[in-house]
Design a protein around this ligand. Structure first.
Ligand SMILES: *[C@@H]1O[C@H](CO)[C@@H](O)[C@H](O)[C@H]1NC(C)=O
Ligand SMILES: *[C@@H]1O[C@H](CO)[C@@H](O)[C@H](O)[C@H]1NC(C)=O
Ligand SMILES: *[C@@H]1O[C@H](CO)[C@@H](O)[C@H](O)[C@H]1NC(C)=O
Length: 249
């Protein structure tokens, strides 16, 4: 069957987001969306209630840098990520709703793809997060918080928020890596000799302002929620999206 490329992109970009009280699945045009940009490598300006498309690239740490020094967006062709051993996921959460994205690792072992990830969106106004360590053969970090900072609706900054291992302190199943990440031993994961589902959970938070200068404040809610297990809240959210998009860029 011949599917137009834009339609294919739309389907893969479709993702599931969870509202705080209940999980809500939605497509690109549902729920008051006015943002018709579905590519993570295009620029857009958002308002609250929009969907927003961004990508996460999985690869080795050096592959995200040009000449080992300049961190580029994975959309930047100079990186040639597509030619490397890398993988890309595209997500479309709803702005200003607390969402937990999950990447199912039952068939995708991040350490096979270099073990690091970078979140990104935009082209001329490209934003990218610093590379975050996910996994090697010894350890895997399964829980992340990604903050998306907008100014007048344009994405300015993406960064990983760490809690200094507060969430795993005293839990013998976890190891605190670099005083910032709670890690599990990789051999305890399903498919690696163990029994734990080591799927990645990426908590999203939005901060800043939308294009009408309305304040995005899901970030404050996340701060207040820290004391509770976010996984408990999202335990019924199983949707994940991990696909290979090597021809996409
Ligand atoms: C990267 O390195 C190449 C070859 O060493 C050099 O030609 C190029 O100017 C460098 N690019 C940047 C942006 O530093
Ligand atoms: C895995 O990563 C951890 C944390 O960065 C490091 O301490 C360890 O040596 C690494 N193990 C391997 C086999 O690379
Ligand atoms: C990941 O996929 C496996 C196999 O389909 C499934 O058993 C498991 O529950 C999934 N994990 C999550 C967190 O969705």
């Amino acid at each position: 069957m011949c599917v137009p490329e834009t339609l294919t992109l739309l389907v893969v970009a479709l993702t599931v987001s969870a509202g705080f009280h209940r999980a809500v699945a939605f497509g690109g045009n549902g729920g008051g969306n006015t943002n018709n940009v579905y590519s993570p490598c295009s620029d857009t300006r958002i308002q609250r209630s929009d969907g927003f498309t961004f990508g996460i690239a999985f690869s080795s740490r050096p592959s995200f840098f040009l000449n080992q020094t300049i961190l580029l967006s994975p959309c930047d062709r100079r990186l040639t990520l597509a030619a490397m051993n890398s993988q890309l996921s595209v997500f479309r959460p709803k702005i200003d709703e607390i969402s937990l994205l999950s990447v199912n690792t039952s068939a995708f072992f991040p350490d096979n793809y270099g073990g690091y990830m970078v979140a990104f969106a935009g082209r001329k106004y490209a934003a990218r997060s610093p590379p975050a360590f996910i996994a090697n053969t010894t350890f895997i970090v399964t829980s992340f918080t990604l903050v998306m900072e907008f100014q007048k609706g344009r994405l300015q900054n993406l960064y990983w928020k760490r809690d200094g291992c507060a969430s795993c302190k005293g839990n013998p199943n976890f190891v605190c890596l670099n005083k910032q990440d709670c890690a599990i031993r990789t051999p305890s994961c399903k498919g690696r000799g163990g029994t734990v589902d080591c799927s990645l959970g990426i908590q999203l938070a939005f901060s800043g302002t939308d294009k009408h200068l309305a304040v995005l404040n899901s970030w404050y809610e996340v701060e207040n929620l820290k004391q509770y297990s976010l996984y408990g809240l999202y335990s019924n959210l199983k949707s994940s999206l991990t696909s290979q998009f090597n021809n996409f860029f």
